[in-house]
Design a binder for this molecule. Structure first.
Ligand code: NDP
Ligand code: A1CAB
Length: 270
């Protein structure tokens, strides 16, 4: 399936909140015609209204793609509206945490082509990462279509098995929230050391953004990049002796954080 087919048959979005809007912004920026996009959402945002996409109007009969971006808790209410698209003519892409492919097959029919995806919010600036996995009916062309669509908002990785998505959710789906909290924590620590709040936040944001960019592009591993910052018996060593404590340090804390998020993802399956 090509974008030409999406332009011809349409793309339907069920739910267009934070994640849906991030993706839609990427697609519109990438050249997708607003007239090809049909959104169903009870509370369209001002941003969504400012685009020329069709909102809560008549939907195409057999869109090329139906994107499901409602909260998992709303799925039971929202999905039946898409039942007429089941059976194979439309490719479904779901970004919902927790909701397994089997739940879509049960609601939409076993012949339905479904790609389950786990993106993250840096998608809003084209810096997302999305993991995808298809059901048996989703062929190579469907995965290529999903990857092409999701590439508009960042990187795409393919999974081997659906159960990997719980750990992916715990790492990269929820991960931006951990990093944002770390920015707050770093800034608050700067304020506690006497810096003005604005300056502390500026330093914290730029440090996390810069370290992230360096980690992504440098040939060295994150471990080596850390070593590069750490002068023997210097300031970083003093700081890391706290952060890297075996008990109560960041490693066990992050392990417990990701485990809790992944466990919640498994739990959402119901
Ligand atoms: N936010 C994130 O970082 C990530 C989210 N996800 C997944 O993306 C999905 C959406 O999350 P997010 O964008 O954050 O949530 P939002 O609440 O921002 O967006 C969901 C949207 O769906 C609307 N909605 C509710 N009920 C229906 C319905 N019956 N039919 C159509 N639309 C409906 C909501 O309206 P209203 O506000 O009125 O309820 C809202 O606008 C979730 O399943 C989540 O697991 C995946 C990865 C990352
Ligand atoms: O918190 C959540 O459940 C969603 C899934 C990953 C990020 N946000």
């Amino acid at each position: 399936m090509s974008f030409t087919e999406i332009e011809r048959r349409g793309l339907v979005m069920l739910g267009c909140g934070k994640m849906g809007s991030a993706m839609l912004a990427g697609w519109l920026k990438g050249g997708l015609s607003p007239s090809a996009v049909h959104v169903t959402d009870p509370n369209p945002s001002d941003w969504l209204r400012s685009t020329d996409v069709s909102i809560n109007a008549d939907l195409p009969q057999t869109p090329a793609v139906a994107l499901v971006a409602v909260k998992p808790q709303m799925m039971g209410e929202a999905l039946p509206r898409m039942a007429s698209y089941g059976g194979g003519a439309t490719l479904f892409i779901s970004v919902a945490a927790g909701t397994p492919i089997s739940a879509f097959e049960a609601a939409l029919g076993a012949g339905t082509r479904i790609v389950r995806a786990m993106p993250n919010t840096p998608a809003a600036v084209g810096k997302g990462i999305t993991a995808i996995i298809g059901n048996e009916q989703a062929g190579a062309a469907d995965l290529d279509t999903a990857e092409a669509l999701l590439s508009a908002i960042g990187q795409v990785v393919r999974l081997q098995t659906e159960d990997q998505i719980d750990a992916v959710t715990g790492v990269s789906g929820s991960g931006p929230a951990y990093v944002f909290y770390m920015i707050d924590a770093l800034a608050a620590a700067g304020v506690a050391e006497g810096l003005a709040p604005d300056l502390a936040m500026h330093l914290a944001k730029a440090t996390v953004a810069g370290a992230g960019a360096l980690a992504e592009t440098a040939a060295e591993t994150p471990e080596q990049l850390r070593i590069n910052v750490t002068s023997p018996n210097g300031t970083t060593q003093a700081g890391l002796e706290v952060l890297m404590k075996e008990k109560g340090g960041l490693m066990p804390l992050m392990r417990a954080t990701v485990a809790a998020a992944a466990a919640r993802s498994r739990e959402l399956k119901g």
